[in-house]
Design a protein around this ligand. Structure first.
Ligand code: 5GP
Ligand code: ZN
Length: 124
């Protein structure tokens, strides 16, 4: 993937991960999305699900993204179980999207945290 690719931000750490310029531990990949293990996990299961297009945050999402958002949300239950989250209702997981400074967002490429597994967790 080159810096000229539409939807790619050459200065974005998650765009570099998508482009395999920075290594990551893959969970899932298709044409639209990539999922990989968080480098600093809060919970026994902690992965990030991101669109391949550089969308900075949830604040940038509009009706034109409904298909992509539906695709991502529909993947979460399947990937969570595959990665070792225990079944609902005794198990489950947290799905978190930090948005903007007051939302605690550090990486400005939209990402959904999926966190689960037996408690206690390191955080959350
Ligand atoms: P935020 O605070 O923006 O919601 O979360 C960013 C997340 O990205 C953090 O949980 C952090 O551990 C993770 N992260 C930051 N840099 C990297 C990286 O280079 N590789 C991986 N796998 N995760 C990262
Ligand atoms: Zn990006």
């Amino acid at each position: 993937m080159s810096a000229h690719m539409p939807g790619h931000d050459a200065n974005c750490i998650f765009c570099k991960i998508i482009a395999k310029q920075i290594p990551s531990k893959a969970v899932y990949e298709d044409e639209q999305v990539y999922a990989f293990h968080d480098i600093n996990p809060w919970a026994p299961v902690h992965f990030l699900l991101i669109p391949k297009a550089h969308i900075p945050s949830m604040a940038h999402i509009g009706p034109e993204h409904a298909g992509l958002m539906g695709h991502m949300m529909a993947l979460v239950p399947k990937l969570a179980l595959e990665q070792g989250c225990n079944p609902y209702p005794d198990g489950g997981y947290r799905l978190v999207t930090n948005t903007g400074a007051e939302g605690g967002q550090e990486v400005h490429h939209l990402h959904f945290h999926v966190m689960g597994g037996a408690r206690p967790w390191l955080r959350g």
